[in-house]
Design a binder for this molecule. Structure first.
Ligand code: ADP
Ligand code: MG
Length: 261
Protein backbone atom coordinates (compact mmCIF):
# COMPACT_ATOMS: atom_id res chain seq x y z
CA UNK A 1 0.00 0.00 0.00
CA UNK A 2 1.39 3.41 -0.82
CA UNK A 3 0.91 6.16 1.73
CA UNK A 4 0.91 3.70 4.62
CA UNK A 5 2.09 5.03 7.97
CA UNK A 6 3.82 1.78 8.85
CA UNK A 7 4.30 -0.99 6.35
CA UNK A 8 5.99 -4.36 6.69
CA UNK A 9 6.56 -6.84 3.89
CA UNK A 10 7.55 -10.46 4.21
CA UNK A 11 8.26 -10.10 7.91
CA UNK A 12 9.65 -13.35 9.34
CA UNK A 13 11.11 -14.46 12.65
CA UNK A 14 12.06 -17.93 13.84
CA UNK A 15 12.85 -19.02 17.40
CA UNK A 16 14.60 -22.38 17.29
CA UNK A 17 12.05 -24.74 15.79
CA UNK A 18 9.18 -22.25 15.94
CA UNK A 19 8.39 -20.03 12.96
CA UNK A 20 6.85 -17.32 15.14
CA UNK A 21 6.21 -14.90 12.26
CA UNK A 22 6.05 -16.20 8.72
CA UNK A 23 6.19 -13.80 5.74
CA UNK A 24 3.67 -11.36 7.19
CA UNK A 25 2.59 -8.23 5.31
CA UNK A 26 1.14 -5.40 7.37
CA UNK A 27 0.10 -1.99 6.12
CA UNK A 28 -1.17 0.43 8.72
CA UNK A 29 -2.90 3.35 7.04
CA UNK A 30 -2.56 6.92 8.29
CA UNK A 31 -5.26 7.56 10.87
CA UNK A 32 -6.23 3.92 10.99
CA UNK A 33 -7.00 1.70 13.99
CA UNK A 34 -5.86 -1.73 12.92
CA UNK A 35 -6.35 -4.82 15.10
CA UNK A 36 -4.00 -7.79 15.01
CA UNK A 37 -5.76 -10.81 16.44
CA UNK A 38 -5.10 -14.51 16.76
CA UNK A 39 -4.86 -17.22 19.41
CA UNK A 40 -2.10 -17.31 22.03
CA UNK A 41 1.23 -18.04 20.40
CA UNK A 42 0.06 -16.83 16.97
CA UNK A 43 2.98 -14.39 16.76
CA UNK A 44 1.31 -11.08 17.61
CA UNK A 45 3.81 -9.90 20.21
CA UNK A 46 6.70 -11.03 18.05
CA UNK A 47 5.31 -8.93 15.19
CA UNK A 48 5.19 -5.95 17.53
CA UNK A 49 8.76 -6.57 18.69
CA UNK A 50 9.91 -6.65 15.07
CA UNK A 51 8.02 -3.47 14.18
CA UNK A 52 9.47 -1.55 17.15
CA UNK A 53 13.02 -2.78 16.61
CA UNK A 54 13.04 -4.85 19.82
CA UNK A 55 13.90 -7.83 17.65
CA UNK A 56 15.55 -8.03 14.28
CA UNK A 57 13.57 -9.83 11.56
CA UNK A 58 15.16 -12.82 9.80
CA UNK A 59 13.62 -11.51 6.60
CA UNK A 60 11.39 -8.71 5.46
CA UNK A 61 11.37 -4.94 5.36
CA UNK A 62 9.71 -2.32 7.54
CA UNK A 63 8.92 1.18 6.34
CA UNK A 64 7.72 4.18 8.34
CA UNK A 65 6.08 6.74 6.05
CA UNK A 66 8.16 5.28 3.24
CA UNK A 67 11.45 5.35 5.12
CA UNK A 68 13.21 2.01 5.56
CA UNK A 69 13.62 1.38 9.30
CA UNK A 70 14.42 -2.34 9.09
CA UNK A 71 17.03 -3.35 11.65
CA UNK A 72 17.18 0.02 13.41
CA UNK A 73 17.57 -0.24 17.19
CA UNK A 74 14.45 0.38 19.30
CA UNK A 75 15.53 3.80 20.47
CA UNK A 76 15.95 5.03 16.88
CA UNK A 77 12.59 3.60 15.87
CA UNK A 78 10.99 5.27 18.88
CA UNK A 79 12.67 8.59 18.02
CA UNK A 80 11.30 8.35 14.50
CA UNK A 81 7.79 8.25 15.92
CA UNK A 82 6.81 4.65 16.59
CA UNK A 83 5.48 4.62 20.14
CA UNK A 84 4.30 1.74 22.22
CA UNK A 85 2.59 1.47 25.56
CA UNK A 86 4.70 0.13 28.39
CA UNK A 87 3.56 -1.10 31.74
CA UNK A 88 4.57 1.24 34.55
CA UNK A 89 7.25 -0.49 36.58
CA UNK A 90 7.76 -0.50 40.32
CA UNK A 91 10.37 2.29 40.15
CA UNK A 92 7.89 4.68 38.70
CA UNK A 93 4.94 3.66 40.81
CA UNK A 94 6.28 5.67 43.77
CA UNK A 95 6.21 8.85 41.66
CA UNK A 96 3.08 10.87 41.16
CA UNK A 97 0.98 10.66 38.04
CA UNK A 98 2.18 14.00 36.68
CA UNK A 99 5.83 13.25 37.50
CA UNK A 100 5.65 10.14 35.35
CA UNK A 101 4.39 12.18 32.41
CA UNK A 102 7.02 14.89 33.05
CA UNK A 103 9.80 12.28 32.98
CA UNK A 104 8.42 10.91 29.71
CA UNK A 105 8.39 14.43 28.26
CA UNK A 106 11.92 15.10 29.50
CA UNK A 107 13.06 11.90 27.87
CA UNK A 108 11.37 12.89 24.61
CA UNK A 109 13.03 16.31 24.70
CA UNK A 110 16.37 14.74 25.72
CA UNK A 111 16.38 16.56 29.02
CA UNK A 112 16.73 13.58 31.35
CA UNK A 113 19.88 15.17 32.78
CA UNK A 114 17.58 17.78 34.26
CA UNK A 115 15.92 15.10 36.33
CA UNK A 116 18.27 15.84 39.21
CA UNK A 117 17.70 19.56 39.16
CA UNK A 118 14.27 20.98 38.60
CA UNK A 119 12.16 18.04 37.61
CA UNK A 120 9.25 19.41 39.58
CA UNK A 121 8.91 22.35 37.21
CA UNK A 122 9.84 20.96 33.81
CA UNK A 123 7.11 20.32 31.26
CA UNK A 124 4.41 20.75 33.85
CA UNK A 125 1.99 22.43 31.42
CA UNK A 126 2.34 19.89 28.60
CA UNK A 127 2.12 17.13 31.21
CA UNK A 128 -1.15 18.63 32.47
CA UNK A 129 -2.42 18.81 28.89
CA UNK A 130 -1.66 15.15 28.31
CA UNK A 131 -3.36 14.17 31.56
CA UNK A 132 -6.41 16.20 30.55
CA UNK A 133 -6.40 14.43 27.18
CA UNK A 134 -6.70 11.03 28.87
CA UNK A 135 -9.11 12.27 31.54
CA UNK A 136 -6.65 12.09 34.41
CA UNK A 137 -6.21 15.80 35.25
CA UNK A 138 -7.83 15.39 38.65
CA UNK A 139 -5.36 12.67 39.66
CA UNK A 140 -2.14 14.51 38.78
CA UNK A 141 -0.85 14.56 42.36
CA UNK A 142 -1.59 10.95 43.25
CA UNK A 143 1.11 8.30 43.60
CA UNK A 144 0.89 5.89 40.66
CA UNK A 145 0.99 2.94 43.01
CA UNK A 146 -2.41 3.98 44.35
CA UNK A 147 -4.19 4.20 41.00
CA UNK A 148 -7.04 1.94 39.99
CA UNK A 149 -6.03 -0.40 37.18
CA UNK A 150 -8.04 1.37 34.49
CA UNK A 151 -6.50 4.72 35.48
CA UNK A 152 -3.02 3.22 35.29
CA UNK A 153 -3.76 2.15 31.71
CA UNK A 154 -4.86 5.68 30.82
CA UNK A 155 -1.67 7.02 32.38
CA UNK A 156 0.38 4.56 30.30
CA UNK A 157 -1.36 5.95 27.23
CA UNK A 158 -0.47 9.53 28.28
CA UNK A 159 3.16 8.46 28.76
CA UNK A 160 3.25 6.88 25.30
CA UNK A 161 1.78 10.08 23.84
CA UNK A 162 4.48 12.19 25.54
CA UNK A 163 6.83 10.98 22.83
CA UNK A 164 4.48 12.53 20.24
CA UNK A 165 4.32 9.30 18.21
CA UNK A 166 2.94 9.16 14.70
CA UNK A 167 2.29 5.46 15.05
CA UNK A 168 1.28 3.79 18.29
CA UNK A 169 1.54 0.06 18.94
CA UNK A 170 -0.57 -1.29 21.78
CA UNK A 171 -0.06 -4.93 22.74
CA UNK A 172 -3.16 -6.02 24.65
CA UNK A 173 -3.92 -2.58 26.05
CA UNK A 174 -7.03 -3.76 27.87
CA UNK A 175 -5.66 -7.01 29.34
CA UNK A 176 -6.83 -7.41 32.91
CA UNK A 177 -9.53 -4.76 32.64
CA UNK A 178 -13.24 -5.13 33.28
CA UNK A 179 -15.34 -5.14 30.08
CA UNK A 180 -16.74 -1.64 30.68
CA UNK A 181 -13.24 -0.23 31.23
CA UNK A 182 -12.01 -1.89 28.04
CA UNK A 183 -14.57 -0.13 25.90
CA UNK A 184 -13.85 3.17 27.65
CA UNK A 185 -10.09 2.91 27.04
CA UNK A 186 -10.59 2.06 23.38
CA UNK A 187 -13.16 4.87 22.95
CA UNK A 188 -10.56 7.21 24.41
CA UNK A 189 -7.88 5.82 22.09
CA UNK A 190 -10.14 6.25 19.06
CA UNK A 191 -10.83 9.85 20.04
CA UNK A 192 -7.10 10.59 20.37
CA UNK A 193 -6.43 8.87 17.03
CA UNK A 194 -8.97 11.17 15.41
CA UNK A 195 -7.72 14.30 17.18
CA UNK A 196 -4.02 13.74 16.59
CA UNK A 197 -4.08 11.93 13.27
CA UNK A 198 -2.30 8.99 14.90
CA UNK A 199 -2.24 5.48 13.50
CA UNK A 200 -2.73 2.62 15.94
CA UNK A 201 -1.95 -1.08 15.65
CA UNK A 202 -3.30 -3.08 18.57
CA UNK A 203 -3.69 -6.65 19.69
CA UNK A 204 -6.71 -7.62 21.69
CA UNK A 205 -8.39 -10.73 23.02
CA UNK A 206 -11.80 -9.23 23.65
CA UNK A 207 -13.72 -9.64 20.40
CA UNK A 208 -16.26 -6.97 21.39
CA UNK A 209 -13.38 -4.49 21.60
CA UNK A 210 -11.92 -5.68 18.30
CA UNK A 211 -15.12 -5.57 16.34
CA UNK A 212 -16.28 -2.38 18.04
CA UNK A 213 -13.10 -0.33 17.62
CA UNK A 214 -10.98 -1.56 14.74
CA UNK A 215 -11.25 -0.03 11.28
CA UNK A 216 -9.69 -3.21 9.94
CA UNK A 217 -8.61 -6.56 11.35
CA UNK A 218 -5.64 -8.81 10.57
CA UNK A 219 -5.80 -12.41 11.74
CA UNK A 220 -2.63 -14.34 12.54
CA UNK A 221 -2.46 -18.06 13.14
CA UNK A 222 0.81 -19.87 13.75
CA UNK A 223 2.79 -16.96 12.38
CA UNK A 224 0.79 -16.61 9.17
CA UNK A 225 -1.77 -14.04 8.13
CA UNK A 226 -4.95 -16.00 7.46
CA UNK A 227 -7.55 -13.25 7.07
CA UNK A 228 -7.72 -9.52 6.67
CA UNK A 229 -10.53 -7.04 6.22
CA UNK A 230 -13.14 -4.88 7.88
CA UNK A 231 -14.55 -6.25 11.17
CA UNK A 232 -17.86 -7.26 9.62
CA UNK A 233 -16.09 -9.41 7.01
CA UNK A 234 -13.53 -10.95 9.35
CA UNK A 235 -16.18 -11.77 11.93
CA UNK A 236 -17.89 -14.17 9.52
CA UNK A 237 -14.73 -15.49 7.84
CA UNK A 238 -14.75 -19.29 7.90
CA UNK A 239 -11.05 -19.62 8.78
CA UNK A 240 -11.36 -17.14 11.58
CA UNK A 241 -14.37 -18.94 12.97
CA UNK A 242 -12.48 -22.21 12.76
CA UNK A 243 -9.56 -20.72 14.70
CA UNK A 244 -11.72 -19.21 17.41
CA UNK A 245 -14.73 -21.47 17.50
CA UNK A 246 -13.34 -24.72 16.10
CA UNK A 247 -12.85 -28.03 17.84
CA UNK A 248 -9.97 -26.66 19.79
CA UNK A 249 -11.92 -23.59 20.86
CA UNK A 250 -10.04 -21.37 23.29
CA UNK A 251 -11.44 -18.82 25.73
CA UNK A 252 -10.65 -15.79 23.57
CA UNK A 253 -11.60 -13.29 26.27
CA UNK A 254 -8.90 -14.41 28.71
CA UNK A 255 -5.66 -12.39 28.64
CA UNK A 256 -2.46 -14.44 28.61
CA UNK A 257 -0.63 -14.65 31.96
CA UNK A 258 2.36 -12.51 30.94
CA UNK A 259 0.17 -9.47 30.46
CA UNK A 260 -1.77 -9.69 33.70
CA UNK A 261 -1.14 -6.88 36.14
P1 ADP B 1 1.26 -14.07 20.72
O1 ADP B 1 1.68 -12.71 21.15
O2 ADP B 1 0.39 -14.07 19.53
O3 ADP B 1 0.66 -14.86 21.84
P2 ADP B 1 4.10 -14.60 20.49
O4 ADP B 1 4.60 -13.67 19.45
O5 ADP B 1 4.35 -14.22 21.90
O6 ADP B 1 2.56 -14.89 20.25
O7 ADP B 1 4.74 -16.03 20.26
C1 ADP B 1 4.75 -16.67 18.98
C2 ADP B 1 5.52 -17.96 19.07
O8 ADP B 1 6.90 -17.67 19.25
C3 ADP B 1 5.13 -18.85 20.24
O9 ADP B 1 5.23 -20.18 19.84
C4 ADP B 1 6.15 -18.51 21.29
O10 ADP B 1 6.34 -19.59 22.17
C5 ADP B 1 7.38 -18.26 20.44
N1 ADP B 1 8.29 -17.27 21.06
C6 ADP B 1 8.03 -15.98 21.30
N2 ADP B 1 9.09 -15.37 21.85
C7 ADP B 1 10.06 -16.32 21.95
C8 ADP B 1 11.40 -16.31 22.44
N3 ADP B 1 11.98 -15.20 22.91
N4 ADP B 1 12.09 -17.47 22.39
C9 ADP B 1 11.53 -18.60 21.91
N5 ADP B 1 10.28 -18.66 21.43
C10 ADP B 1 9.54 -17.55 21.46
MG1 MG C 1 1.34 -11.63 22.91
Amino acid sequence: MTGAALEARGLSKRFGGVQAVDAVDVALGAGEMLALIGPNGAGKSTCFNLLTGQRRPDAGTIRLFGRDITGLPPRRVWRLGVGRTFQITATFSSMTVIENVQVALMSHHRRLGALWRRADRLYIEPARDLLALVGMADQAGRACGLLAYGDLKRLELAIALANDPRVLLMDEPTAGMAPGERAALMDLTARIVAERGLSVLFTEHDMDVVFGHADRVLVLDRGRLVAEGPPATVRVDARVRAIYLGEDARPVAAPPPENRP
